[in-house]
Ligand binder design. Structure first.
Ligand code: UD1
Length: 418
């Protein structure tokens, strides 16, 4: 495929309303859950993202029929006909590992491959495997191949860290397992709640999702349903950060303000006015922004690691200094180099980064190195003087549905050139 780039003319404040896309991090485990359900599933507000297409290719390979048209994903599961996911498909996206729990639970044996490390550093899956072993899985690992078998039974599980993916994989493995499963120290991210709501709509019995203890009572079968995917809180945070950084004012519609309080609190500290009403968030910014003193990423309800790069970009021209501490991933400051090339003053030291606000950023050619890092460079480009060219868009397209269209509707000058 020809390499595309986004060409951004900076300096235009974003103004207007936008409706946020469905959540990438929710729809991916919902697609894995389709393995467990008999009949037809319809996912409304399904975003058209490369990761969603990668998951639907896996489902098709396993024997389901998938069709995505205008935000509506239709899946027909008349029986899983294959229990191996090829290595190339597993490598397309890290979250392919959430197929492990449901595929094993549904078929009693399966072969998958380790999804491998990624641009955020090593991403082990030891917690996923340990939990499945406690549920009765026999797992043979060799040269990146996972051969797994066993009839799953409920278990009492304690996670050493509230991993989002491990919590999802366990829930997906437990809904059709014999007996009861309790997950202690479960992740509390809103996407876990969305997964449980979807599974319960299909006939599962999951309670406590969104708290640190999730309880699953196994059932015999699940039936497909029609379900509306939750709004994407990180996409919402991205457009809010772009509005803040450009001195604009936007209203994000159809979002869940309660899922974003750690982020909106930072915008307030930066001097933005932020109001939320029902499912809308309004943000009004006037430049210059003021630096929030300290942003530490934490599991939900703390400040999300996925919003760290976005807020770093919004801080580049803020008055004062902000210290970031990244506690979730090892290698999550790769966007900093290109922000520095645009004129930002950022000092990195291990898991810490300090941003000293500068008067101006200037446009240049920058490269997305990961999904949210790419979004950070987009935000910086919108607030920079002159033209920014953002390349390596495959990272951005994993998580943002037509971002140039959304940004243009808010007054940005941005074009995608292939
Ligand atoms: C999910 C999100 C991702 C987000 C992250 C943290 C999806 C598709 N992705 O990723 O956008 O940044 O949550 O909110 O939903 N870990 C282990 N062993 C394991 C599992 C995880 O050591 O078995 C470590 C990871 O390396 C990482 C930390 O735990 O350092 C958090 O990972 P986890 O919560 O599992 O993130 P993901 O589910 O991969």
């Amino acid at each position: 495929m020809a390499e595309s780039k986004l060409v951004i003319e900076g300096g235009h404040p974003l103004r207007g309303e936008l409706t946020v896309q469905g959540a990438k991090n929710s729809v991916l485990p919902l697609l894995s859950a389709a393995v467990l359900c008999d009949g037809d599933i319809v996912l409304e507000r399904c975003p058209a993202l490369s990761d969603v297409y990668a998951a639907s290719r896996i489902l098709t390979h396993l024997g389901c029929r998938c069709r995505l048209t205008q935000g509506r994903m239709e899946i027909r599961n008349t029986g899983i006909t294959c229990t191996e996911i090829p290595e190339t498909m597993m490598h397309e996206m890290r979250s392919s590992i959430t197929f492990l729990g449901p595929l094993l639970s549904r078929s009693g044996s399966c072969t998958l491959y380790l999804p491998g490390g990624c641009e955020l550093g090593p991403r082990p899956i030891d917690m996923h495997l340990h939990a499945l072993r406690q549920m009765g899985a026999e797992i043979h690992e060799s040269h990146g191949m996972l051969q797994v078998q066993g009839r799953l039974r409920g278990a009492e599980l304690h996670l050493p860290f509230p991993s989002v993916g491990a919590t999802e994989n366990i829930i997906l493995a437990a809904v059709l397992a014999r007996g009861q499963t309790r997950i202690h120290n479960a992740a509390r991210e809103p996407e876990i709640r969305d997964l449980a709501d979807f599974l319960n709509a299909c006939g599962a019995r999951v309670s406590g999702a969104g708290t640190d203890t999730v309880f699953v009572q196994g059932v015999d079968r699940l039936q497909g349903c029609t379900y509306r995917v939750m709004p994407d809180r990180i996409a919402a945070a991205t457009y809010l950060a772009a509005a803040a950084a450009t001195g604009g004012s936007v209203c994000v519609q159809d979002c869940c303000p309660g899922d974003l309080t750690a982020v909106t609190e930072v915008f307030r500290q930066m001097g933005c006015r932020v109001y939320s009403h029902e499912n809308r968030i309004y943000l009004q910014s006037s430049l210059p922004l003021h630096a929030a003193p300290y942003i530490r990423t934490m599991p939900h309800p703390g400040f999300p690691t996925d919003a760290q790069a976005l807020l770093m970009a919004a801080h580049c021209k803020a008055r004062g200094s902000c210290m970031f501490e990244e506690t979730i991933f090892d290698s999550r400051y790769r966007h900093a180099d290109d922000l520095i090339r645009m004129g930002a003053d950022i000092r990195l030291s291990g898991r810490a980064a300090v941003v000293h606000g500068v008067q101006r950023l200037s446009g240049t050619t920058v490269h997305a190195t990961d999904l949210r890092g790419g979004a950070a460079l987009l935000i910086a480009g919108l607030s920079a003087e002159g033209i920014t060219e953002l390349t390596e868009l495959s990272h951005l397209d994993r998580g943002y549905e037509n971002p140039e269209h959304v940004l243009r509707s808010l007054g940005a000058k941005i074009e995608r050139i292939t």
